[in-house]
Design a protein around this ligand. Structure first.
Ligand code: GAR
Length: 212
């Protein structure tokens, strides 16, 4: 049985697309896609794939708490076993993250713990880093701070701009997110007392290192 999965987005949804394209192969069924922005292109991607979509517009709520409550109601209505944040650009309340702890994943465009937050490609370039990349992690209360599952390093070249670096990072994101979702759907991945386990062995703090 495929694992019922809800994907939450704010924008383009290229990671969502990678999950849609490989859903059968990796054992997930995307039962819904939720966006906090009406104009998010990912909503069109979902509709094109025949997936139920919902808009929960954060601007229509007075507080993070009421927004998050509406978001959980929508997620739970879609009977999610796994919640995947894919370019969802809102900070979540502790109540929300606790509710889905151990079954909510996020992808972040940096080699965490480096560059939590925004503008990660620019910051890596400005720092002159040789390596940049992407991280899939369990979501906990700490922003971009939960246990790391997979990291994909990407070499930075002196010719890179923010755009070319972002494109390189996106390319590896589209490989590692479906892989992490597959591990979870197969029951191979779990979070226990803040540590990510793959096949019953604790993953290193920097996660499984993915290389092409
Ligand atoms: C991705 O690069 C993802 O890592 C990043 O947003 C992009 C979404 O792209 N997420 C964050 O910055 C979360 N803090 P997409 O909409 O094309 O999947």
């Amino acid at each position: 049985m495929a694992m019922k999965t809800v994907v939450i987005i704010s924008g383009s949804g290229s990671n969502l697309q990678a999950l849609i394209d490989r859903a059968n192969e990796i054992g997930i069924e995307i039962s819904g896609v939720i966006s906090n922005r009406e104009e998010a292109f990912g909503l069109q991607r979902a509709q094109r794939a025949g997936i139920t979509t919902a808009l929960v517009d954060h601007r229509q709520f007075e507080s993070r708490e009421t927004f998050d409550a509406a978001l959980s109601e929508t997620i739970d209505g879609m009977q999610a076993q796994l919640v995947i944040l894919a370019g969802f650009m809102r900070i979540l309340t502790p109540e929300f993250t606790r509710r889905y702890e151990g079954r909510m994943l996020n992808i972040h465009p940096s080699l965490l713990p480096k560059y939590r937050g925004l503008h990660t490609h620019r910051r890596a370039l400005e720092a002159g880093d040789e390596w940049h990349g992407a991280t899939v992690h369990f979501v906990t209360e700490e922003l971009d701070g939960g246990a790391t599952i997979i990291q994909a390093p990407v070499a930075v070249s002196s010719a890179d701009s923010e755009e070319t670096l972002a494109a390189k990072v996106h390319a590896v994101e589209h490989r590692i997110y479906p892989l992490a979702a597959q591990w979870f759907a197969e029951g191979r991945l779990r979070l226990e007392q803040g540590v990510a386990y793959l096949d019953n062995a604790p993953l290193p703090v920097e996660g499984y290192q993915y290389h092409d």
